[in-house]
Design a protein around this ligand. Sequence first.
Ligand SMILES: *Cc1c(COP(=O)(O)O)cnc(C)c1O
Length: 401
Amino acid sequence: MTQAQPPVHFGSETLAIRCGQNRGPEGEHNDPIFTTSSFVFASAAEAARRFTSANDGNVYSRFTNPTVHSFEQRLATLEGARYGIATASGMSAILSLCLGVLKAGDHVVAADNLFGSSISLFTGILSRFGIETDFVSTTEPSAWRQAIRDETRMLFAESPTNPLAEITDIRALGALAREAGAILVVDNCFCTPVLQQPLSLGAQVVIHSATKYLDGQGRCVGGAVVTDSQEIHDAVFSVLRTGGTCMSPFNAWVFLKGLETLSLRLRAHCESARQLARWLETQEGIGRVYYPGLDSHPQHRLAASQQRDFGGIVSFDLAAPSREKAFAFIDACQWLSITGNFGDAKTTITHPATTTHGRLSQEQRDQAGIGEGLIRVSAGLENVADIQAELQLGLTAARAL
Ligand SMILES: *Cc1c(COP(=O)(O)O)cnc(C)c1O
């Protein structure tokens, strides 16, 4: 019994709940979890046929699983794309994409303040396979243009960036990529398709760490590659099938459920982050506040032109910054979660310089603008006055030093 799929012009709230499900003979209302490694065939001939063309049905859960497929379809639809490939993690999505579309001798231009592990993947691993990456300022399309060479095959951006909330002009980079015969990849972790659809702005590929907002309750690690290009899909699918960078069906089910509440949750995350950012900006002891929704954000208008709202993450520098002050701030908070994750119902607080960006060299951190007094808060779904009271405790402790 297959369920009618809603038309793609439906609102994203509807698509996030209604698309991607294929009901089975039991008529189950909720999406089932197919915890099976392989699938059986009616005959040897059918087995032979399915192994040569996995598109015709399930074979083996490394590359075909109905629960994983439902998640892929639902996420792709929300991004306005034809294809989604779910992967074991966000990093494994980036790795699978690069293994699929790049080869030795190719060149990548990437933003200098990407997620820390993304930078490490390009500099520490892909470089050993003859793929060279140059890092440029995410906010200056002219720097991207200058870095492009004949061998450039990929532009890789993240917008807003983590943790400094710098905005990339996705339309401008899309035009540059087309001119150069390269693909533009956008890591859409911070915004999710609810707030930003990079493909509609000119990107060819969207990367997700499902670990963050798509799950939304900090339960599972997962990722996805989303694209409208059959060629890119086929290349990445072949890496998944042969390289085994796949998502588990249980995790896919958690993410499917997460997608159903994504727009409601993001509305609340954005509203709380906006309130906290505005409050932080007025506090003594705080240096710069990094939140694209603030009028003071240098790219507020660009953000407003490509995003529907400004996201749930607020970062800020302490005045007269030091590691000691930042640690005192964080340790004075009584119940905020000290953890590297974000996009959770629980508010999390992080010192990027020693955690998420701790593996970078000092020089890389300086280039990325990650100072010792920088703190990142991912606004959760708790009462915002309670969150603010926690930050007030931190502020008082930092001011006392
Ligand atoms: C977390 C994150 C990743 C990596 O995702 P994992 O699921 O942790 O592997 C990639 N990009 C961004 C922007 C992230 O925040």
